[in-house]
Design a protein around this ligand. Structure first.
Ligand SMILES: C[S@@+](CC[C@H](N)C(=O)[O-])C[C@H]1O[C@@H](n2cnc3c(N)ncnc32)[C@H](O)[C@@H]1O
Length: 270
């Protein structure tokens, strides 16, 4: 299949997103914030806030003055408004590459698992830097599609084994940005200082094969969007391949792990 014929990732079904990967993005958000270790009382913007995994973690662990989240998917913004009741928060529909905020209005700009999905990542980073005060922090994380994000790696290995012609649709191929050197280079190219990249590893333990597989049928994100684009017979071959490859432990659980690459930098003087 030609990569240009694949529909763009679908986002906005909050329940399906939570079952697919939202449940794993929450522990990653907490690890990320622990490492940032920023003081209380800061104004944060969460770019591509989705269903609110990172915003909720900021509220729970960073004692912020305010958290403003934006996302392009109206369904997610509606869900996060319903899900987070805290008068320090505001959530708006907006594009990551055209933030509807004045220059230098925030102390911290963060983004979880978004950067590779925007058409122009440097433009997104420019905007995150623009809205952050001098001396403030701009930081983000993305899944390690090429290796450490076990559930997605297993999926694409199976999809390509079944359909070798679709190898170029693998998220590792589509998103070369999601590796330490390209992330650090992007941050430096945008003039950010004291740039640092690190790995975040979390366990992703599935109750059984159904708990692993069924969320891929929810059509949220790149792998489920791909799965929805192939015929029923191909879907079944991918499912069978995965069921055969993934080894359950004695309790029937599938114990995988997920790695994200995180990057931070400091906004220089203007
Ligand atoms: C994998 S989800 C991550 C959501 C959330 N940050 C989390 O950690 O669970 C990617 C998000 O990026 C959003 N997104 C993609 N492109 C965007 C853009 N150009 N502007 C704003 N949001 C965008 C999607 O709507 C989706 O909510």
């Amino acid at each position: 299949m030609d990569v240009n014929r694949l529909p763009r990732e679908v986002w906005g079904g909050a329940g399906a997103y939570e079952r697919y990967v939202g449940r794993w993005s929450r522990p990653v958000a907490r690890e990320f914030l622990a490492r940032l270790n920023l003081p209380a009382g800061r104004a944060w913007v969460d770019v591509g806030c989705g269903t609110g995994a990172l915003s909720a973690a900021i509220l729970a662990t960073a004692d912020p003055a305010e958290v403003v989240g934006i996302d392009r998917a109206a369904g997610f913004i509606e869900a996060v408004r319903n899900g987070i009741a805290d008068d320090r928060t505001r959530f708006e529909v907006a594009d990551a590459t055209q933030l509807p905020f004045a220059q230098a209005g925030f102390d911290v700009a963060v983004s979880g698992l978004v950067l590779n999905f925007v058409a122009d990542p440097p433009a997104m980073l420019r905007e995150m830097s623009r809205v952050t005060k001098s001396g403030g922090t701009v930081a983000a994380y993305v899944w390690d599609y090429a290796g450490g994000m076990g559930m997605m790696r297993a999926f694409w290995d199976a999809a390509i084994a079944v359909n070798p012609n679709d190898a170029k649709l693998d998220q590792a191929e589509r998103f070369p940005l999601c590796q330490p050197e390209p992330l650090a280079a992007l941050w430096r190219e945008q003039g950010l200082q004291a740039v640092e990249v690190w790995a975040i590893d979390i366990p992703t333990v599935f109750r059984d094969f159904g708990d692993f597989w069924e969320p891929f049928l929810g059509q949220q994100g790149a792998a489920p969007t791909y799965l929805a684009s192939v015929d029923a017979q191909t879907q079944e071959r991918i499912r069978a391949y995965l069921e055969n490859q993934l080894m359950a432990d004695a309790a029937g659980h599938l114990a995988l792990s997920a790695r994200a690459w995180a990057v931070r930098g400091t906004v220089g003087g203007r």
